[in-house]
Ligand binder design. Structure first.
Ligand code: TRP
Ligand code: SF4
Length: 337
């Protein structure tokens, strides 16, 4: 156990997860479970979710369970991966306070991820962003270091946050002595997938996503509304699958058939409606085991609670140990406990 590397990653529970998350991160987390040299942690980041949803606690609470169901349904196995809840680890808040001395406002304001997000959240923050939101990279550094997460599997958008964490670690170690481990980002090799509307990104707010929890009817409805080659009006018009989202998704879900599909499209021998029906059927089939597993867990709320409780308990023990080391280094170890 001792010389195993730890990996830590997480998601903000602000919505259900979709197939973009599946190809982007969930699949590689499941795969990582085969590697016995890594001790894995996945955190449901409800505290971080509140930084831009402080006015909507019910939404965060509901989505904690949705995200947990998403994890379990894709095969994140609580026997192999510790799943825990951020708000149940008070040490994370405590570390955040200590780390906040080690980072300047200017540095936080320059963080590209934070910058982009603030620009997107004008409605919520108006002209002046909250202290909590601006500081979330500090709290994320607490998340990572509390578990000595040397490996942090994340998407590209998170790189500036990992870099910020590394800076905090270096600063901490240089002032208080070698205490914390510097983490490394592990970029998932999987690509980001485009939305059904052709947008480069699939996202909840963009309304172009297929959720892992979507019903068969919802999947069909969404696929029937996908963007196809706009130049094609009649079935025998020659098509261009390169500009068609249906063809793009066939590439993900109909691997054996995609070549033939594109050929027929180019030759004007394929109707878009049938082409979409075929895709909907394939996506429904691919997601069937995920839907079935979700149903299994949905019917067992006491099991869900146990998974979260057990994981959180394990995480608490580790965070406590890190906290002890940090306080010792900072000369805050007043009473022997
Ligand atoms: N910022 C991450 C996201 O929005 C969630 C997160 C919180 C996280 N703490 C983390 C990711 C620690 C990796 C490590 O998706
Ligand atoms: Fe797209 Fe299929 Fe229509 Fe071709 S036939 S444009 S691949 S939906």
């Amino acid at each position: 156990m001792q010389n195993k590397k730890r990996s830590l990653t997480g998601d903000r529970p602000t919505g259900r997860l979709h197939i973009g998350h599946y190809f982007g991160s969930l699949q590689s987390r499941v795969k990582m479970q085969e590697d016995d040299s890594i001790e894995r942690f996945v955190m449901i980041a409800d505290v971080q979710a509140l930084t831009d949803n402080f006015n909507n606690p019910q939404k965060v609470r509901d989505n904690v369970y949705q995200v947990l169901l998403d994890y379990l349904s894709v095969g994140i196995d609580p026997e192999k991966t510790t799943i825990f809840l951020q708000s149940m680890i008070p040490e994370l808040a405590e570390l955040t306070v200590y780390y906040s001395n080690l980072v300047t406002l200017a540095r936080l304001e320059r963080n590209p991820t934070v910058k982009t997000e603030i620009a997107q959240k004008k409605d919520l923050f108006g002209e002046s962003v909250t202290y909590g939101f601006l500081g979330y990279p500090v709290s994320q550094a607490a998340d990572i270091t509390a578990f000595e997460g040397e490996l942090v599997p994340v998407g590209e958008d998170q790189l500036p946050l990992i870099e910020q964490c590394r800076e905090i670690v270096r600063k901490f170690n240089s002032i208080y002595g070698e205490t914390l481990k510097e983490p490394k980002a592990v970029l998932s090799s999987n690509k980001r997938i485009k939305g059904l509307d052709g947008n480069e990104k699939m996202g909840k707010s963009l309304g172009n996503a297929i959720y892992l929890s979507d019903s068969e009817e919802e999947i069909t409805k969404k696929v029937m509304g996908a963007v196809t080659d706009p130049g094609r009006i009649r079935k025998d018009d020659l098509g261009n699958p390169d500009v068609c989202m249906v063809a793009y998704y066939h590439g993900l879900f109909s691997k054996d058939e995609v070549e033939k599909i594109c050929e027929e499209c180019r030759a004007g021998k394929r109707g878009c409606v049938d082409c979409k029906k075929q895709l909907a059927k394939n996506i429904i089939e691919a997601l069937r085991p995920i839907r079935e597993k979700r149903k299994y867990y949905e019917e067992r709320p006491e099991l869900l609670e146990k998974i979260l409780k057990d994981g959180t308990k394990k995480a608490q023990e580790i965070a406590k140990e890190t906290m002890r080391k940090v306080k010792e280094s900072m000369k805050l170890n007043y009473f022997d406990e």
